[in-house]
Structure formats: C-alpha cells, structure tokens
Design a protein around this ligand. Structure first.
Ligand code: UD1
Length: 353
C-alpha cells in the first residue's frame, strides 16, 4: 500500500511525525511526503523537520503565501499532477490549515481515498478560516481519526457514518511525549523563575488594530509585574509594524523551534495564546492556559484541562492572570488517549485496510 502524507504549515509537522514514524514499522507500506510550502521560513518549517526527525519531503510544492483563495487554489493546482503521477492508495491530511482542505478536495475529485488526522474538531465559529477547512475536509474524508469523544459526536451530528470514524487520541501529544525529555534537558539561559509565555497569530486578534492594541496594552501592563516572553509569528510581527505599535519592552523573540518552545511552555507560570495546539500541550503539561478567543474547537482542554477562554479583550485576561499569580490554579486532568500512542493506533488501523 502506498500512503501519501500532505503537510504545509507548522502545526502539521508535530502531527505527521508520529504517524510517519509508526508506519515505518510496516514493511508493506510505502510512504511519500509532500510539503505544500504554505510555511516556508526556516524557523516556521525546516527546524521542525530536524527536531521531529521528519524525512525531507519527496516534493515541495513551494506555494508560499497569498489570500485564502489564491493559496488554496495554488496548492490544488500544484498538488493534482503530483498525485496523478505518484498514484497513492491513500492520502493523509492533517489538522485544519489551507493545505489540508486543498489536498482533500483534489483527492476527492480524483476518487483517491483520504484520511483526516485530527478530524471532528468544531469551534462552531464560521468566521475562522480553520473551521471552514475542518467542515469541508471531514465531509470529503473516507477515514476520520479523532482525538477525543467530542470529535466523534460532532461528526455523527453532521451525518458522517460511524464506520468511518476512529477515535485514536491526540497525535500532537505523541510528539510532545517523545521530545519532552529533550525539552527538560534544554538550558534556557537568562530566564527568570516566573514568566508568562505568549503566542498570538489568529487574524481575529492581530488583523484588527483595536483588538491587537488592547491585547498588547494588557501584556505591557503585565510585563511590569512578570516578564512576558513572546515568540512572534510573522503575521503578527507584520501587523505590529503596520499599525505602528511599540511592543519593544516585551521579550520579543523569533518563532522558536519545537524543543525550545516546549522547554519554555513547561516552565511557564501561565501561557497566553490563541493557538489550537498550545491549548492541548498546556493541558498535557498541566500549565495554566488563557486562550484569547471566545470559543474553542478543543473543548476538552476547558472541561478537563487547564484551559480558560478569556475572549479578545484584556479584562478577563487580567482577572484570570491575577488568580493564577495568587496561586489559584484550576484543577485539571489529561484527556483519555492523550498518551503518546495515537500514531501507533493510526498505523495499526491503516495496516489492516
Ligand atoms: C496558518 C494556519 C493556521 C495555523 C498557523 C500556524 C490556515 C488557514 N491557517 O496560519 O491555522 O494555526 O498557520 O502558524 O491555514 N508567513 C511568513 N513565513 C512563513 C509563513 C507565513 O512570513 O513561513 C507570513 C506571510 O506574511 C503570510 C502570513 O505569515 O501571509 C500568514 O501565513 P499563512 O500561512 O497564510 O497563515 P498563518 O497565519 O500562518
């Protein structure tokens, strides 16, 4: 059997690594890796390949940035001839980025089976581009691998037959479990004992000047009390410059490699983020997470984990941070099947097809 994996953006890489690794043990299975090139900066892509020990992609489509329509269309146009030439039996797509939906659409039209890893997540917020990508990809997929029970329920509610759904657990946590020892060993010079780690990149938070200003003001205020460490996504760096804001008092850094970021996360007093994956990682690490969004497609991180949704303005963020700094942490547990073995479960299912 020939399985072709498609990745494009940074969060895809932690998800593909455990599946590639687990499938290697099945000699009957041939694997091909395609990188769409949606993310292309070294620190958004290459360094993750090295640290996660992902083999170099067989093909890089080199699509780069663009509007959603342009980027999605470009991936489809460049991906189609590759699939036609390579003739995989199954294509695996990951997460909810534009590369995910573009590859799924191409395969659906070519009648090639598609498996979606991290299926069934729903924020119920269609203003998020990722929610559109999730809805479309799941309708097209033949095999849907979910990380938690809410994923199965969402898919069944949307009419996906139960036999297509496999609850395998969280592949992103597989990578975390594997590389946590390396993160524990990592020396992080010059860091105080307490600090807040921040990431920010959602268009809803960074593309609107008023919203971004409110968040930055809150972080600057916090920084006078507790150091704010902020690895800045290229989109956010661009917006801060476009709007003429001054965030230079914060500990601004370039996007960090996986192990360095994990090292920062596990020691943080709290994490403030609008990322999807970081809500999951902090839940596993039992580090308080304040998510700058009104909703989440990962509700188990709120019901079971350390995550609290604080919306997009600074008010709730301030209140919840104060609670954490006063030692009033939320009680939490790790969701079932977030155990470092989701990739193995996927490989076992695929090996029986
Ligand atoms: C994408 C995903 C988002 C994911 C995020 C993780 C979609 C719809 N969004 O958002 O779900 O959480 O990746 O990082 O797929 N840029 C660079 N270098 C790069 C990549 C991007 O400078 O390597 C800049 C470009 O100016 C680009 C902008 O960042 O226009 C946004 O990149 P894009 O891939 O469109 O979306 P992300 O915001 O990264």
């Amino acid at each position: 059997m020939h399985i072709l994996h498609v990745v494009g953006a940074r969060p895809n890489l932690m998800k593909v690594a455990p599946v590639l690794g687990a499938l290697k043990h099945y000699s009957r299975i041939k694997q091909t890796l395609i990188h769409t090139g949606q993310h292309y900066d070294t620190n958004m892509s290459d360094v993750f390949f090295q640290q996660l020990e992902i083999p170099a992609p067989d093909v890089n489509l080199g699509v780069g940035s663009g509007s959603h329509a342009r980027q999605t269309a470009e991936i489809m146009t460049r991906f189609e001839p590759v699939v036609l030439e390579r003739k995989p039996d199954l294509v695996l797509v990951y997460g909810d980025v534009n590369s995910t939906v573009a590859a799924a659409l191409v395969c659906a039209k070519l009648l090639i089976q598609v498996g979606h890893v991290e299926a069934g997540l729903r924020s119920r917020d269609r203003t998020m581009p990722e929610e559109i990508n999730r809805l479309v990809t799941d309708q097209l997929a033949d095999l849907l691998f979910t990380p938690s029970a809410d994923g199965d329920e969402n898919l069944e509610r949307e009419g996906i037959p139960g036999h297509k759904i496999y609850r395998v657990g969280n592949v992103m946590i597989d990578s975390l479990v594997r590389l946590l020892p390396a993160a524990i060993e990592k020396k992080m010079n010059g860091l105080p004992d307490s600090y807040v780690l921040v990431t920010l990149h959602r268009p809803a938070n960074v593309d609107d000047d008023h919203t971004l200003k409110g968040i930055l003001e809150c972080l600057l205020e916090l920084n006078s009390q507790l150091k704010v460490v902020f690895p800045v996504h290229p989109r956010t760096r661009q917006r801060i410059a476009d709007f003429g804001f001054d965030a230079s008092q914060l500990d601004l850094r370039e996007p960090l490699p996986y192990i360095e970021f994990l090292a920062l996360q596990r020691r943080a007093t709290a994490v403030v983020t609008d990322s999807g994956g970081i809500q999951e990682e902090t839940t596993y690490l039992k580090v308080p997470c304040l998510t700058l969004r009104n909703n989440t497609e990962r509700p188990v991180t709120v019901t079971m984990g350390t995550n609290i949704l604080v919306g997009q303005n600074g008010a709730t963020l301030r209140t919840e941070l104060t609670k954490i700094l006063n030692g009033k942490q939320k009680r939490s547990s790790v969701p079932p099947l977030w155990d470092g073995r989701a990739g193995e479960r996927i490989a076992e299912i695929l090996s029986k097809l």
